[in-house]
Design a protein around this ligand. Structure first.
Ligand code: GUN
Length: 292
């Protein structure tokens, strides 16, 4: 069993982007600039956004964090997005999800100009991805592809089972793994809460991507010997022994599943850092597109 070390793979990507940013500034060019909007103060969202902003600083990107209260109106939020769309210095815009219930996520996503849609959630980006045109790929599936690539994992002809059909992870992951490219060329099965024979399907999988958001859902009896297991879950579970009062659990029972795997991602330190790497790659690509 080999660990797919997302921290290490992300570090390699960050070093590459740091070098590229240094070359830009040496040539007198502006730095790539990511703008993030955080509405309210959900604990997990705070952590994710802080981590995105911190990583921008580490690699020499500019970042702007716009914080808005949970009571902000949809109109006010849309105006903030419009200002960032018009801001020539901003290359990428992300609005951290989820949003308060009185705000339409789809309206917000559609307000972001597709040229700055580094989350890849805009219908134009999704349409381009489905039709195989170059575009922004959502950060988590993009990060998973980069991780598979980093470890040279063979994917052609493999049966990939994706558990979860979210627009952020499961759905794009299933499309990307079925594309005629590397990493890809898989036969893909997408499973969800209405899937009847989940265990049987998982047992046929050469690659499992667990992205349903239920702590320790995937057990050893669902995993074929030698499978590659990618764990996207990061559920907060109460844990009195931790200072924060919680620990992070993946969607996979790591201790019992790992011995069966050829490769497996840990939680934390697997997909999480790769998601940020994917976002930074998208921001750099948005910058290049504007400045080429
Ligand atoms: N919430 C959970 N994952 C994501 C993500 O990748 N992007 C944004 N904007 N919000 C999220």
């Amino acid at each position: 069993m080999q660990l797919l070390d997302g921290k290490k793979a992300a570090q390699a990507i960050k070093e590459d982007l740091t070098q590229k940013t240094t070359q830009l500034t040496n040539a007198g060019k502006p730095r790539p600039h990511l703008a993030a909007i955080l509405v309210g103060n959900d604990g997990a969202s705070e952590t994710y956004v802080a981590s995105k902003v911190k990583t921008c600083a580490e690699i020499g990107f500019e970042s702007t964090l716009k914080r808005l209260p949970a009571t902000v109106t949809e109109d006010e939020l849309l105006q903030e997005i419009e200002a960032l769309n018009k801001n020539e210095e901003v290359n990428g815009i992300l609005v951290q999800l989820p949003l308060p219930k009185h705000i339409s996520e789809s309206k917000v996503i559609q307000a972001i100009h597709p040229s700055k849609d580094v989350d890849g959630f805009h219908p134009v980006s999704v349409g381009n991805m489905v039709s195989g045109a170059p575009t922004f790929i959502p950060a988590t599936p993009y990060g998973i592809l980069l991780l598979l690539q980093h470890y040279n994992i063979e994917t052609k002809g493999k049966h990939a089972v994706v558990i979860g059909r979210s627009h952020i992870v499961g759905t794009p992951m299933s499309i990307l793994l079925s594309r005629n490219s590397y990493p890809g060329n898989c036969t893909v099965t997408i499973c969800h809460s209405a899937t009847k024979n989940l265990k049987e399907l998982c047992l046929q999988a050469d690659i499992i991507v667990a992205a349903l958001g239920r702590a320790e859902f995937v057990s050893a009896d669902m995993v074929k010997e030698g499978a590659v297991v990618i764990d996207v879950g990061i559920t907060r579970v109460a844990d009195a022994s931790k200072k924060s009062g919680f620990s992070l659990k993946g969607d996979v029972k790591f201790d019992e599943v790992a011995p069966r795997c050829s490769y497996i991602t840990p939680v934390p330190g697997g997909v999480g850092p790769m998601t940020i790497a994917g976002l930074l790659m998208n921001t750099y690509n948005a910058y290049l597109k504007k400045h080429s």
